[in-house]
Each structure stands twice: as structure tokens, then as C-alpha cells.
Design a protein around this ligand. Structure first.
Ligand SMILES: Nc1ncnc2c1ncn2[C@@H]1O[C@H](COP(=O)(O)OP(=O)(O)OP(=O)(O)O)[C@@H](O)[C@H]1O
Ligand SMILES: [Mg+2]
Length: 350
């Protein structure tokens, strides 16, 4: 189609908000043209499952209208409990037989009914050293029902679902566009509202991806329970405390004890990678997500896992359209945009 009709509209459908992003490629690289956010009510999306497709679809319509987006081909990403990513090793076989072989192998790794799962795979080229050696494969299984719900939700908003990705992969895509391929093993951590994505990359490949069900909502819920305030009040107390404003001492105490719980979950996920990943030591951790601002959370994670961290800058290499977006806005969205940016890059890489 002429005039960019095939360009991708990225929709990161998150637990607390949906992010829309449009990128263009120029001689200088990626340029962000549009970025918009619409809130999602608690309960519409839970652990990566779209529980209320009608409301989510309506929110998408509002978002697309407010962004004045003309693009129709959506890239979106699954996350949470409905997706499983597992690195497997397979005897070498011909390229055209891999898909079928992966399906056979998948059954033992997928924690839900294989007949109700969508299976995909990715050959880890950088990790299969020579001809005749076992193939290193990343197996991706998703609950079909979740996939259908995503498609149905996007298409009811009048859009076309062109790409369904996995949020951890989109995050890695955004990371690589900004930092290239680093030496050794690197961890990416996206601490959102409902989940935290942990993604491990090595030699340009994702070698591990796992979502833990902890994030900003864990804090909000704990404050709500401990202090007997509404979820909304709990949310604003959390944001105030994170901004360093004065709050009742109990708020800081609850945040600190919740951090212990969140750090435990993340440490368990990292230890699981170390025990099963067969990879080397993690050199560094790049952190993003709206909940990275919880006081001392990043320091605590770093201390618990013994890996230094840096805040992921999604605009290290990606530029933005200064006519449409201000530096202040770019600063504001920095921690919530990486998955949407990684999705928006999908078509143009091919
Ligand atoms: N300044 C802040 N301080 C503390 N927490 C914040 C701040 N700003 C946003 N958050 C929290 O970040 C979360 C939203 O982040 P993000 O947009 O990355 O999540 P999401 O994509 O909606 O959720 P998920 O990725 O888990 O599905 C919310 O829990 C929100 O309370
Ligand atoms: Mg998110």
C-alpha cells in the first residue's frame, strides 16, 4: 500500500494502561512519531489475561482517536501466566522439519493443554556452534484462548491484528535497538503494575524470559489492606511516597516490607535462570517499568542478586519527532514505553 499503509501501530496492553506507539525509520534510525497512553481499570486485565474484552476494546478506540492514529496494522504482546518460554535442545534436523519436531517436544514443557496452545519457536543461531551439533531452540507456548482474546479485542476496535508478540521479546527488541549486542549475559527487568518481565539476552538472542506476578499493584494492594484505604487512595499514597513527599510513617513501612516480597520473587526468577539456563554470569541488569521508582527497590534487587543495574534508556538511539513530542513528555514516558517501542519496530526490521 502507498504512503505507509502497512506501517505498524504498536499497542502494549498492560495491566494499568495501554500504550500506543508509532515509529518511522529514517536515515538516522528510528524516530518516535506518536506515543499515547490510556488507563485501564483494575480487573480488566489480570496476569496477562484480558478479562473484559469489551472495555479494553473501547479503551483502544479512545486511545487511537486521541492519538489521531491512521495506522491499522497492530503489533501487540502477550505476557503473564498464559505464555511460557523455554529453552530446549534438539538433535539436529532439517530446517523444514523443526516446526513439527518442536510441537512434539512442546508437550512436556507446556503447563497447559497442548491442544489448546499456540506453539512457536525461535532457533538460537548464535548458540548453535557448528553443523551436526544439537539445535538450541527457544520454545514459545501461549494459551490459545488468550491469543484469541487479544485478536478479538484489537479487531473489535476496528484494527487489524498483524503481529502477536511476547512482551519480554519486545522489550529485548527495544533494548537491542538502543544498546546493540553487549558482551556476555545481560538481564532486562520491566517492573510494571501487574507483572515483572525478566528477560535474559546473550549474543543478540533472548535465552530466557519469565514473568513474575509482582509489580506496582503488589504495593498498592498491600497499602490498601494494611491501611484500610481505597485502592485509589493507596495508589496515590504510593506515588507520593515514591516522589519523596511526606506521607504517614506506616506507608513507608508497608512499602519497605513489600519490597522484600518483590525482591524475593525477582531473586527466585533470576536464580531459576542461573540454575537452568546454562548461561554464564549476568554482567549487568537494565531496568525499566513504571514501578522502578519505588524507593530503593532497584538497589535492593541489585544487592540481592549481586548484579549492578542501570536504568534502561529507550531513547539512547531512538529519536523522536520534536514537532509532535516535547522533551518533558519523552522524559515522562521513558519508563513505560520500551515494550511499545520494541513492538513498533517489528515490521521495519524484516
Ligand atoms: N512515580 C511512580 N512511583 C511509583 N510507582 C509508579 C510511579 N509511576 C508509575 N508507577 C506505577 O507503575 C505501574 C505502571 O507501570 P507500567 O505502565 O510499566 O505498568 P503496566 O504496563 O500497566 O503493567 P504490566 O506491565 O504489569 O502489565 C503502576 O503500578 C503505577 O502505580
Ligand atoms: Mg507493561
Amino acid at each position: 500500500m502507498l504512503f505507509g499503509g502497512k506501517k505498524i501501530l504498536a499497542l502494549d496492553i498492560g495491566t494499568s494502561s495501554i500504550k500506543l506507539a508509532e515509529l518511522d525509520s529514517s536515515r538516522k534510525g528510528w524516530v518516535l512519531k506518536k506515543f499515547s497512553v490510556v488507563s485501564v481499570n483494575p480487573g480488566w486485565i489480570r496476569d496477562g489475561e484480558i478479562v473484559d474484552p469489551t472495555s479494553v476494546s473501547q479503551a483502544i478506540v479512545t486511545l487511537v482517536q486521541s492519538a489521531r492514529s491512521k495506522r491499522k496494522n497492530v503489533a501487540s504482546a502477550l505476557f503473564g501466566n498464559g505464555v511460557i518460554v523455554k529453552r530446549i535442545s534438539m538433535a539436529p534436523i532439517e530446517e523444514n522439519l523443526i516446526s513439527e519436531a518442536v510441537k512434539w517436544e512442546a508437550e512436556q514443557y507446556i503447563p497447559f493443554d497442548i491442544n489448546e496452545a499456540s506453539i512457536d519457536h525461535h532457533v538460537l543461531r548464535g548458540h548453535t556452534r557448528s553443523v551436526g551439533e544439537n539445535l538450541d531452540i527457544l520454545l514459545i507456548g501461549a494459551k490459545q484462548e488468550y491469543v484469541y482474546r487479544f485478536i478479538e479485542t484489537i479487531e473489535s476496535a476496528g484494527l487489524k491484528c498483524a503481529i502477536i508478540d511476547v512482551s519480554g521479546f519486545a522489550l529485548a527488541n527495544c533494548f537491542e535497538a538502543n544498546y546493540g549486542q553487549l558482551e556476555g549475559v545481560t538481564a532486562l527487568l520491566n517492573i510494571g503494575a501487574g507483572i515483572t518481565n525478566l528477560v535474559i539476552v546473550e549474543k543478540g538472542d533472548v535465552i530466557f524470559s519469565r514473568d513474575s506476578t509482582v509489580g506496582g499493584n503488589t504495593y498498592t494492594n498491600e497499602l490498601h489492606k494494611a491501611m484500610g484505604v481505597s485502592l485509589q487512595e493507596a495508589e496515590s499514597l504510593k506515588i507520593s511516597a515514591s516522589a519523596g513527599h511526606e506521607v504517614p510513617a506506616e506507608v513507608n513501612a508497608v512499602l519497605a516490607s513489600t519490597t522484600e516480597q518483590v525482591v524475593d520473587e525477582i531473586r527466585t526468577a533470576i536464580e531459576f535462570f542461573v540454575a537452568t539456563g546454562g548461561g554464564g554470569r549476568i554482567n549487568k541488569m537494565y531496568v525499566t517499568g513504571g514501578s522502578m521508582f519505588i524507593p530503593s527497590l532497584l538497589e535492593e534487587i541489585s544487592k540481592a542478586v549481586g548484579v549492578p543495574f542501570e536504568v534502561l534508556n529507550p531513547f539512547q538511539q531512538v529519536g523522536y519527532d520534536a514537532k509532535a513530542l516535547t522533551p518533558d513528555y519523552i522524559q515522562q514516558i521513558q519508563s513505560i514505553c520500551p515494550v511499545a517501542l520494541g513492538l513498533a519496530m517489528r515490521d521495519m526490521k524484516e
